[in-house]
Structure formats: C-alpha cells, structure tokens
Design a protein around this ligand. Structure first.
Ligand SMILES: Cc1cc2nc3c(=O)[nH]c(=O)nc-3n(C[C@H](O)[C@H](O)[C@H](O)COP(=O)(O)OP(=O)(O)OC[C@H]3O[C@@H](n4cnc5c(N)ncnc54)[C@H](O)[C@@H]3O)c2cc1C
Length: 379
C-alpha cells in the first residue's frame, strides 16, 4: 500500500492550493479527485482580489475578464459603484481555473489520483487508511477539501445538524450580440432580487453567468426569481442556456475542524462568506492555514491540530461570525437597512470592495456601529 504524509481529498481551489503549498514545503502529498480533470463546477466564477493575492503563481491565462468597477443595485432606486486600481473581481471558469492550480501543484511534486472517488476511511494507530473506488493508500494527515457535501467529513464522524447550507442557482447563458455588448462590461449585484439574497450578472469571455442565491434556508422557487432577473437586466432572448444548482455553506461547522487525522477546509468546513456567499477566496486561504499548520508541526498530529484551530481563530472564524450576524441583519431587516443604505450605501459599497481586496475585515464592533448609526438617523 502506497503511503503519503498527506492525502488531500478534492481538487477544487481549497484542495489543489493546499496540495501546492504542502508539496512546496517538501511534504509528500497525494491529491484525490473523483472526477476526470478538468471538470465543470457550478459557480458564478467571480474571483475576488483577496483570493488572487493568496495564489503565489500567475493565473492570467484563465481569467476571462477583469472588473475594477463593481455595481451594486437595490431595486430601481439605489445604485452604488466602487472603482479600484486592482481588479476587484476576476471572472474565471472553474474547470480551467481549478485545473491550473492542480497543474501548479503537480509541478511541485503532488501525485494526482483523478477519477478516484473516496469511499471509505479507517484508522490504524496514527495512520488513516483511505479507500477509493480504484485504490487503497495510507496517509498521516487527511485534508477534506471535498466541497459543500463533504463525504469525507461524514465518513470521519462530523454531523450535518450544525451546518447552514443555502441554495443557489446559476445559469451559463448565451444571448444575442447586442445584449451581450450591453452587459459584458458590468459586473452587477442586485440586492433583494430574490428574498433574503441577491442576483448577479457575471460576464465571461463569450457568455454571461447569471444567478440567484438566497441566504435563508426557505422553500423558494429560485427559477422564478432568475426569470424575473432576466427581465431586470433586459434579456428577452436566450440563445443557449445551461442550468446548475447547488448549495453553499455559509456558516462554519460548530463541531470542530479536526477529528483524528482529518482536517476540514473550504466548503467542507463551511468557510464561504455569509454576506456574498463568495467561497473561493476563503477556500484558498484555509488551504494556506492547514498547510502551514501541518508543516510547522513537523508532521505531529496533535501539534498540527492545535495550530490549525489557532490559525483559524486568529482571523477567519471571527470574520465569518461577524459576517453571519451582518448577513442576518442585512437581509432580514429590510426597512431599516434600506433607510441606512440611502444614507450610507456608497460607504457600504466601498467597504465591501475593501473586504473583497482583503484590505479590511468585517468590523468586530459591527452591532454597536449599526446601532449608533440607526440612532443618528432616528434622533
Ligand atoms: C451557484 C453557485 C455560485 C457560486 N458563485 C461563486 C462565485 O462567484 N465566487 C466565489 O468565490 N464562490 C462562489 N461559489 C462558492 C464556491 O463555488 C465554493 O465556495 C468553492 O468552490 C469551494 O471550494 P472547495 O475547494 O472547498 O470545494 P469544491 O470547489 O466544491 O471542490 C470539491 C472537490 O471535491 C471533489 N470530491 C467530492 N467528493 C469527492 C470524493 N468522495 N472523492 C474525491 N473527490 C471528491 C469534487 O469533485 C470537487 O472537485 C458559488 C457556489 C454556487 C453553488
């Protein structure tokens, strides 16, 4: 049976970048992926700048468009625009983007086992024994990077009750040339285009990625809101359309991020941003943290586990927790939020751009700050 220091399950941005960093540090790493690469992944493909800053190689070959300006709409009445020198959002297609990270990881010496679906984990002393539908191997560390549904986490004993997964629907569409030319230069978010959420239009090289996401787990006809949104952005004719629905975990698990030899990252851990449901940048960031924890521990399980938890709680978890509170307030207190946006909307748009660039985090005193502003408006 072949042995590796680390087995990473899943070759999305979290897994592939973790494998890259581990191999770069000289740690023997296998990347196990159930699909044949490159594979399609349901995603708007909007990659924010803070994520780009965390990738130590050039990704320009897979960028379809770059947007320095982001437009945020609230119905017909409010529109805010924030412009930045660096591209706030880069548009990517996940098949080529994820595959590029995998290729970079392979260059560092990572062994890729594609078309290998993990089906079982067992533990033997301090080793994990991993069974896929094609192979059996052992590893000292297992990094579960297998996305929102994370079969690895289930196999390793995590429960689903503590999770918050929200539904999102995304369409890759081709539209008549005049519509495409009208829409291709603007990345836009339309708040409240769907209850408790937003719709987006992300222009790619030759098509649009249009979608809707609701931050509340309610029964909702996503398709109906998507169709209404098409009217909002003036699309009457669709030449080609493919529909993709999936879930986004916008709250960290509450039953820990490490069990025995298994470490959770990215969507498997629940690290997408609670306000925007943007998950790629935190997926990559958590990959950096777990790779650092494993290497700093000198492959000591206990130390690595403590280090990883410590690193997560330095910035990422507090930021997501504040984001959770803010998202609940933002999407559920519409009346007062709209009054606030009328006065402070441009500041909000600029602050979100700062978060996208990694220049600031959600303020930890957000509750007090909002209460203060409401008082200023009311009295
Ligand atoms: C509709 C929609 C739109 C979105 N839009 C955006 C956006 O515009 N910007 C953004 O930043 N985020 C967006 N997200 C969120 C983003 O897609 C995720 O947060 C991100 O993909 C998480 O990366 P990951 O590496 O953790 O997991 P994933 O990218 O999901 O990768 C998991 C990998 O694990 C593999 N895998 C699963 N099970 C097994 C198994 N048993 N054995 C082996 N391999 C396995 C899968 O095949 C996959 O390759 C969107 C999500 C949805 C659903």
């Amino acid at each position: 049976m072949e042995h590796f220091d680390v087995a990473v399950i899943g070759s999305g941005p979290s897994g592939a970048s973790t494998a890259f960093h581990l191999a770069k540090k000289g740690i023997s790493t296998v990347l196990i992926e159930k699909e044949k690469l490159p594979r399609y992944k349901t995603c708007g493909g909007g990659f924010v700048y803070r994520g780009r800053k965390n990738l130590p190689f050039d990704i320009s070959s897979v960028i379809e468009r770059e947007f320095h300006t982001v437009d945020v709409f609230l119905g017909n009445t409010l529109h805010f625009q924030t412009v930045r020198e660096e591209p706030t959002i880069s548009m990517i297609m996940r098949d080529s983007f994820d595959n590029l990270i995998v290729e970079e990881a392979k260059k560092q010496g990572v062994t890729l086992l594609e078309e290998n679906k993990l089906t079982d984990i067992s533990f033997d002393n301090d080793l994990a024994i991993l069974t896929t539908d094609k192979n059996t191997l052992s590893a000292k560390f297992v990094v579960a990077a297998d996305g929102a549904l994370s079969p690895t986490a289930k196999m390793a004993g995590w429960t689903e009750e503590t999770r918050k997964l929200i539904p999102a629907l995304e369409y890759e569409i081709e539209v008549p040339e005049e519509d495409f030319n009208r829409l291709k230069d603007q990345v836009r978010f339309d708040i409240d285009a769907i209850p408790y959420g937003y719709a987006w239009n992300f222009p790619k090289k030759n098509h649009l990625s249009v979608g809707v996401a609701s931050t509340k787990k309610v029964r909702i006809n996503l398709k109906k809101y998507y169709q209404e949104y098409l009217k909002t952005i003036g699309i009457k004719t669709i030449l080609k359309e493919s529909q993709h629905g999936f879930q986004i975990p916008i709250a960290p698990r509450t039953d820990g991020f490490v069990k025995r030899n298994v470490f959770l990252i990215g969507d498997a851990a629940g690290f997408a941003d609670p306000i925007t449901a943007e998950g790629i940048s935190n997926a990559i960031y958590s990959g950096v943290l777990v790779a650092d924890a494993i290497s700093e521990s000198e492959l000591n399980l206990e130390k690595a586990s403590a280090l990883y938890e410590e690193k997560l709680h330095e910035k990422l978890i507090p930021e997501i927790k504040t984001g959770l509170w803010l998202a609940k307030w933002f999407y559920e207190q519409k009346t007062i939020r709209n009054v606030m946006l009328k006065k402070y909307g441009q500041r909000f748009s600029d602050a979100m751009a700062d978060v996208f660039h990694g220049d600031r985090s959600y303020p930890t005193d957000i509750k007090q700050a909002i209460t203060r502003k409401i008082k200023e408006l009311v009295f």
